[in-house]
Structures are given as C-alpha cells and as structure tokens.
Design a protein around this ligand. Sequence first.
Ligand SMILES: Nc1ncnc2c1ncn2[C@@H]1O[C@H](COP(=O)(O)OP(=O)(O)OP(=O)(O)O)[C@@H](O)[C@H]1O
Ligand SMILES: [Mg+2]
Length: 481
Amino acid sequence: MAARRRKRLFAWTLTEGVVAIDTPQPVRVDPGALTPMQALEHVEGSREAALFLLKDFHPFLGGGQVLENVRLIRKLRDLARRLKRWEKTVIFLSPLLRLPPELEREVTVLDWSLPTMADLEEALERVIRSARVRGDLRLNLDEATRERILKAAQGLTISEAERVFARSVVMTRDLDVEVIIAEKQQIIRKSGILEYLEPQERMEYVGGLSELKDWLNKRRLAFTEEARRFGLPEPRGVLLLGVPGGGKSLIAKATASLWQLPLLRLDMGRVFDQMVGSSEENIRRALHLAERVSPAILWMDELEKGLAGTASSHLSDAGTAARVFSSFLVWLQEKTAPVFVVATSNDISLLPPEILRKGRFDEIFFVDLPDQEERQEIFAIHLARRRRDPARFDLVRLAQESEGFSGAEIEQVVISALYDAFEGGRELTEKDLLRNIAHTVPLSQVMRERVTALRNWAYTHARMASGRRPVPTGVGPSSLY
Ligand SMILES: Nc1ncnc2c1ncn2[C@@H]1O[C@H](COP(=O)(O)OP(=O)(O)OP(=O)(O)O)[C@@H](O)[C@H]1O
Ligand SMILES: [Mg+2]
C-alpha cells in the first residue's frame, strides 16, 4: 500500500522503537522511542508522507481508567486531526478489537479476513514441495483428498495451516485430514469460550418432535454447493424453547450428527463471566471463531444464562447483557459464513424481546411435554439404549401412567427401575418401571404455573416441535392443565 501511494513505511514496536521497513534492510530510525507515547510523538514530529504501523498497541488502548491510557487516548485524538493535514496514516495491528469510545469515530476498522481456498492451496503446495525435496512424502494427492484437506483447513490462518500440514507430514509421512481437524479443535479449546463436541447423539435417539426433526432433515444439505446453485438461502438458525428435560439439548447434539458438521457449544454463562474477559469481547471472539471453523453448528445452550435477573446476575448488568445480545443479533442477521445457530432456552421471560421477534431465527420451535404416543416412543428408545427389548413391555400402559412426564423424567424412570432390578438380582420387569413412575412427581406438576405460562406464550408465538396443533391450555391433550 505504501509503495502504491508513494509513501514511506515505518513500524513501531515496544522493543525496537521506530524502524523503516520500506528499505532493502530495516533501518532503525528512532530506537529510543520505546514507549507508546514516544511513538506517537515520533509520528507527530515526522515530516514525511508515511504509513506508521503500530504493533501491539491495543493493551494501551484498553481502557480509560489508567492515567497513562487516558493521556495516550488524548494524544491520539489530537494527532488524528493533524494526521489528516499531513499525509500520514497510523495503522494499529491488533488481534482483537478494543477501541475506547473516544476513538471510535477516528478509527476505521478493517477485519482481516481468513485465507481463501486458493491461499490455502498455495500453502499446501509449499509444504508438499519442501517435503518432496526432503523425500518425506510418500504419495501424490488425488483430487478428492486434496479437496478434503483444504476444506478441513478452512478457518485456519496461513501460518497455522502450514504448521498443521507440516506436522501431519512429520507424524504420518502423509497428509492426514484427521490431524488437521484435531488441530482446529485445539484452536477452539484454547479460546476458553467455545467447546468442540464430538457428535455422539443421533436423531434416532430422539423421541417425538417429528415436525422439528422433519424441518432439520430437510435442511440437511443446506450448506452444500448444490443448495447454493439451486438458489436456496443458507439457514441461519433455530430457537428451541421448551419445558426442562424436553430434549432440546439432545436434539441440538443430534443435529450435528445428522448434518455431519462440527458442534460448537457456546456457554453463555462464560460469555458473561468477567474472569474470561469483557462480555462483548467474549461474544465477538466466540462468533468469529465459529466462523473460522465453519461450516459448523453453533449451539447456544440455555441462552438466558448469565442474563440479569437470573441466579448468576452478579455476572452481568442489564446494559452489558443488552449489548451482548444486540451484537449477537446483528451477527445472526448479517453473517455470511455458514454457521447454523441452535439456541435453546426454557425461560422466555428472561430473554430480551428482540430475540423472539420473528425473522431473527428461521424458526422458533416449542418443545412441549410429550403426548401419549411420544412417551411410548421415548420409553422404547431408552429401553433399547439400555439393551432391553421394548416389545417385552406394555408401552401403552407405561405412557398412560406417565402423563405429564418429560423425556428426561422417562429416562430417569428407566434408569432407576434398572437399578432396582439389578439390586434385586433379577431382570427388569414392567412392575419396576410402573413403581418408579408412581414415585416420580414430574416437574410439570411442581412448576405447573411456569409451564402453563410458557405454553400459553408458545402456542401463539412458536411452531410446535411435535407437529401437534396448539391447543389452548385447559382443554389440552393432558388432563394436567
Ligand atoms: N424427546 C426425547 N426423546 C428421547 N430422550 C429424551 C427426550 N427428551 C429428553 N430425553 C432424555 O433426557 C435427557 C435430558 O434432556 P435434555 O437435556 O435434552 O433436555 P432439555 O430440553 O435440554 O432440558 P433443559 O431445558 O433442562 O436444558 C436427554 O439426554 C435424553 O436422554
Ligand atoms: Mg438443555
């Protein structure tokens, strides 16, 4: 850029002061200017049309609390005006966006985008060439493998990609997709906010919720080239609201297996945890990271967690929460990377109303308590998952007796019954199950009012995940309400 605009190019670092870097060899022009203030004074005093790269300057712009920082910010504001007159430009290189509000108007933010497939391919070529020279590489990559490797490397920076390619060659004398994916997981783990989960749950393990399953199934190939060519927009996300233990988290995990995409769990509690960093920076970083490893599913479990008014309200104030949610919503609407959001919540009263407005998510689904048929299915699933033949049990009866139970409660009944049988030294019987049903007081009874309120809201605002027609409370399929 400097060459094109016929300007000089200087870099400043804390360790070397100001160095000219447009010369064949770097030349130290002001090695004494080691403090940020001296750097700015140098820029101010310089009489050349130039670009000044300030490296690692962001810690000093961190906040206005420290007197030193206040001075720097003041200096920068004064300088900004003068820079315009002289043909000088200051460029901050920073891994994160942390601008004090006083400078927001003076600074243009350029997000450095990740390498394209072509960039990655070049990196791959370089590694292959040097491996060949050393005789390290065994095989020639066929077209399909090459594409899989590049796809797996998507989201890495050039130097990260080169490093994993090289590591794979050293470890396996080959280019191995698994190694590259493992490296990506590593990067995510380091961030501390996102968690990379191995897909383990499958859609077959989810009972009922047929409408939601159909909806997800239909979008299974939504992120493929083919879908784009067909003219389909990329889906943005779904919000799953529902009673506790209804299977929301379960279906979020199962979606990752169904779509064969990595599952990234974003812990809202941690976003608001001041120990991790400022909440706004946390969410920004997490979303950015999700884009880096996309295509992926971003699972925001218990969306309401960490919001003011919840048990963990000491972690955040209403203002911060509102800013975090609004930056999330903006991202949700404007994102271009293929990241599909699955958000879950069991308490709408805590969510900011904007998030529930139609058009934010592709759809809002309400995960209600299972009905008779769904309960049968859930009993069958959990019996089968614990190696019992469901045909040996009267599922209709079990479902009838467990009216008002959630999926989680049905699972608990099966587990407790198994314990009983095991302790008694006999095989599981229907009696064990019925006894445990009788001993369970379902949450829907304990929290009847909350569940009713949630249902009433959902019947008019959300789509039923089960495909049942919404029924006004009081005349519902369940005598409980
Ligand atoms: N529809 C279902 N089919 C099969 N199993 C279910 C279903 N719903 C719940 N379960 C069982 O209960 C467990 C807990 O459910 P899950 O954590 O998904 O509920 P949730 O809706 O996320 O609840 P919460 O609102 O408390 O987070 C699941 O892992 C699963 O074993
Ligand atoms: Mg859950």
